[in-house]
Design a protein around this ligand. Structure first.
Ligand SMILES: Cc1cc2nc3c(=O)[nH]c(=O)nc-3n(C[C@H](O)[C@H](O)[C@H](O)COP(=O)(O)OP(=O)(O)OC[C@H]3O[C@@H](n4cnc5c(N)ncnc54)[C@H](O)[C@@H]3O)c2cc1C
Length: 237
């Protein structure tokens, strides 16, 4: 059957060219070079998100987390530069925002997680100012750094929302790194540090809790389990 001209076809279609999509494509090609793979990815930039925590902590250059997507798509894979807008699993078709469609034999879906700032009342209005930050976006990871550098004392709140989140360890990692920096600069005593997590335990894997508790104690962190941030007024800070 002749395909309509606005439909491409690939044996394997991967939606999302982030860490997962690129890894899947590379791994499949390593097993079988003859595979016909297309990656649907709208962005020309790839972010090494795991290092955003380190950007906030001042241990990693922000620019080093950004790479050109074109240099990361494995050779032989067709990059379809568009966003998937609709799945038709019965017809084995993905529709794109470009108006085109792609037909596949196998589909791998890995578009990552979308950030939901609106999930916390008042957060969209204050994030990126008033010393309110989040390392889940590079722009704000830079702001975390400048905030931490400017503070001389006070109350530092680190919060972790319920799952799903991009990285379960990120809220604690920046807290320990920030506290360590304050300790090295003899400023730790000027701060009251609190950790509020929506989870019932400090970490989901029980074996990791005792070593993490040593750092909670070392930095004098007030630990608040099942405590979930629901609203924020940045102007009151
Ligand atoms: C602050 C922070 C710290 C982290 N620390 C660690 C760590 O220490 N260790 C660790 O293992 N992990 C860590 N992670 C998690 C890790 O970065 C993610 O697990 C990983 O990036 C997920 O890869 P992904 O490809 O699933 O999603 P992403 O990397 O988010 O990529 C998704 C891709 O899909 C694309 N996309 C979105 N919608 C569409 C659409 N409709 N059509 C087509 N494409 C679309 C996006 O443009 C993006 O390129 C951290 C994450 C953050 C934010």
């Amino acid at each position: 059957m002749t395909q309509p001209s606005n439909t491409q076809r690939h044996q394997i279609i991967i939606v999302g060219g982030g860490a997962a999509g690129i890894s899947v494509a590379a791994s499949l090609l390593r097993r079988d070079q003859s595979l016909d793979i297309g990656i649907i990815e709208p962005s020309d930039r790839h972010f090494y998100q795991a290092a955003f925590t380190l950007v906030g902590a001042g241990c990693y250059a922000a620019e080093a987390t950004v790479r050109e997507e074109v240099g990361l798509i494995p050779s032989g894979v067709n990059w379809i530069r568009a966003a998937a807008t609709r799945f038709d699993p019965d017809g084995n078709i993905v529709e794109l925002d470009s108006g085109l469609s792609v037909e596949y034999e196998y589909l791998v879906v890995c578009p990552g997680l979308a950030l939901n700032w609106e999930g916390i009342e008042g957060l969209p209005e204050t994030i990126g100012k008033n010393n309110v930050s989040s390392n889940y976006l590079l722009e704000y990871a830079r702001y975390t750094r400048s905030s931490l550098e400017s503070l001389e004392g006070g109350r530092l709140l680190f919060t972790q929302p319920p799952m799903p989140i991009k990285c379960a360890g990120a809220p604690q990692k920046i807290m320990y790194l920030a506290a360590n920096e304050l300790e090295r600069n003899n400023k730790l005593g000027n701060f009251d540090i609190e950790f509020h997590t929506a989870t019932p335990a400090l970490f989901g894997v029980a074996d990791f809790v005792p070593p993490l508790m040593k750092y909670i104690e070392r930095y004098g962190v007030s630990l608040n389990l099942q405590s979930n941030l629901v609203a924020i007024d940045g102007n009151q800070i």
